[in-house]
Write a protein that binds this ligand. Structure first.
Ligand SMILES: Cc1cc2nc3c(=O)[nH]c(=O)nc-3n(C[C@H](O)[C@H](O)[C@H](O)COP(=O)(O)OP(=O)(O)OC[C@H]3O[C@@H](n4cnc5c(N)ncnc54)[C@H](O)[C@@H]3O)c2cc1C
Length: 484
């Protein structure tokens, strides 16, 4: 379909996509709350929380902010927003939701792209008040305990004060701990250390039954595995304990430019095997006169004074240009500046490495498919990612392929970008590719079943056991709501 298709109104378009992601387009319809019903639910919620003087925000401003996300496409207005002071407020909200048949979702920093942290006429729990960070030991090793709403930047600052770091960082420090542990959490170390969810020692969660449970690889393991990368389907994370490793003092950061993708990929694959660098990532840039330059980011971690010789680090690589800088580790983990609010329907895919070059060549050759985007890519060792809900292609090397679409504020035809995302996903899926959970990608329950494949029956059992009333996190459209 052409990107020039006639645009429908934003409201109508949002409604259609919301219907799709809530499963309504594929599943039996459930009746939505009538106005008087939702009014009385709102009053009941106000009464319940006012009594206990909790941080319930029912005014329009708070509700409207919780009705938006980074994607800026879906708009679902909740009854109210709760800023919990502790797990007790979350328990209370979930128990209320069960009694009054409304739904609940936790919102971290709202960097979701298609309504994943929104709830129409439900309760949004804003985790930003759960932002404590403290150093702990776990099995006699250094670790950090962080509230779900703590930002990765704050966690990194606290750890780095002790010359420590979590093994895997996400690029921007302004994402929440609970948000990335619910989606997976990848970054420049993923090629060798997996996702952030591969490095969690313990979680405290509130289940869909309103029970506070501590879980780990040794205790309540099924719950633990269904939460990590589980998009808030079986429980909401209150706090997490994350292991820490020694942090370097400096990073020698190279940006290596390539004129063609095959050469860039060959070098990146070689670097993903020989472990010369700690940080590896790739991003393309539009070249003057047309086409793209493919840039490899390669970061060498070290402690001064043992500065590395660039010639040694770069030996054998076939780049056409390079820039290099030396950063402190703090400058390195703070290097991404926040983006201005807008409407950003990003797509994150993962392809088998054997299929990637052909797939990417087709996308790069078609301006409609990569429209308005900064394509990014990175080669990951598949076996480093171990949690069951991280669904990646079944090959030794897999390639993350991301289209960070940045439409200008004047662009109205968002539908065309979502259709393109969907078409690209289907083509990736047909060659063994998968999506990453945080994508602006319309997905039905049947798509989720296909995505999870052999682990779907287990996930479905976990949902029945820990959230039997399907109170939690309707946004991704994985499980249809019970009749409201
Ligand atoms: C500019 C930008 C850069 C990004 N960079 C990266 C990156 O480097 N690495 C990466 O992995 N992703 C990245 N993402 C993708 C992605 O959007 C985030 O990983 C994810 O949404 C987390 O952000 P958040 O804290 O705002 O969570 P939200 O978007 O608020 O939440 C994400 C999902 O998790 C659920 N959730 C949130 N908190 C909890 C909780 N405590 N318990 C249970 N469920 C919860 C929400 O309901 C929602 O379904 C980026 C996104 C943007 C916009």
């Amino acid at each position: 379909m052409s990107l020039m298709t006639t645009a429908i109104s934003r409201r109508e378009f949002g409604k259609r996509i919301a219907a799709l992601t809530s499963g309504a387009a594929f599943l039996p319809q459930v009746s939505s709350c009538s106005a008087p019903q939702s009014l009385s639910k709102r009053q009941a919620l106000l009464a319940e929380f006012r009594k206990a003087d909790a941080a319930l925000l029912a005014e329009d401003g708070a509700r409207q902010s919780a009705a938006e996300d980074f994607g800026g496409i879906i708009h679902r207005l909740p009854l109210a927003v709760i800023r919990p002071r502790s797990e007790s407020d979350i328990v209370k909200a979930i128990r209320f939701a069960k009694r009054h048949t409304v739904q609940v979702a936790m919102r971290g920093q709202g960097h979701s792209m298609l309504g994943q942290c929104q709830v129409e006429q439900g309760i949004v729990i804003d985790s930003s008040t759960l932002n404590s960070v403290r150093m702990v030991t776990y099995d006699d090793r250094p670790a950090i305990e962080a509230g779900a709403g703590a930002l990765w930047g704050a966690l990194l600052d606290a750890a780095y004060a002790e010359k420590l770091t979590p093994p895997v960082n996400v690029d921007p420090g302004y994402l929440s701990v609970g948000g990335t542990l619910s989606t997976g959490g990848f970054g420049g170390r993923t090629w060798d250390d997996g996702f952030q969810i591969d490095h969690v020692l313990q979680l405290q969660v509130v289940t869909g039954e309103g029970r506070v449970v501590t879980c780990s690889d040794r205790r309540n393991t099924d719950l633990f595995n269904s939460i990590l990368g589980g998009m808030g389907q079986t429980g909401l994370i209150v706090k997490a304990i994350i292991p820490l490793v020694a942090a370097p003092m400096h990073v020698r950061f190279f940006m290596l430019g390539y004129d063609d993708l095959p050469t860039a990929m060959a070098d990146m694959t070689a670097l993903s095997t020989n472990r010369r660098f700690k940080h590896l990532d790739g991003r393309s840039a539009v070249r003057e006169g047309g086409g793209f330059t493919y840039n490899l980011e390669a970061g060498y971690f070290y402690d001064a004074p043992s500065a590395p010789a660039d010639t040694e680090l770069l030996g054998g690589l076939k780049f056409a240009s390079k820039t290099v800088s030396t950063m402190t580790y703090e400058q390195y983990y703070r290097r991404e500046a926040p983006l201005k609010p807008g409407r950003y329907p990003w797509l994150y895919l993962c392809l088998p490495a054997s299929q990637f070059l052909q797939y990417a060549a087709d996308v790069f050759a078609n301006p409609e498919e990569h429209a308005l985007s900064v394509p990014r890519f990175s080669v990951w060792n598949r076996d480093r990612v171990k949690r069951p809900l991280a669904r990646l292609p079944n090959e030794d090397f897999v390639v993350r392929f991301q289209l960070s679409r940045m439409p200008p504020s004047t662009f109205t035809n968002m539908e065309s970008l979502l259709r393109s995302n969907r078409a690209l996903y289907e083509r990736a899926r047909d060659v063994g590719g998968t999506r990453l959970t945080t994508s602006a990608l319309p997905f039905s329950q049947a798509d989720w079943m296909d995505h999870y494949g052999p682990v779907w029956p287990w996930l479905s059992d976990m949902k029945k056991y820990f959230d039997p009333n399907r109170v939690l996190t309707p946004g991704p459209g994985m499980f249809p709501p019970m009749a409201l």
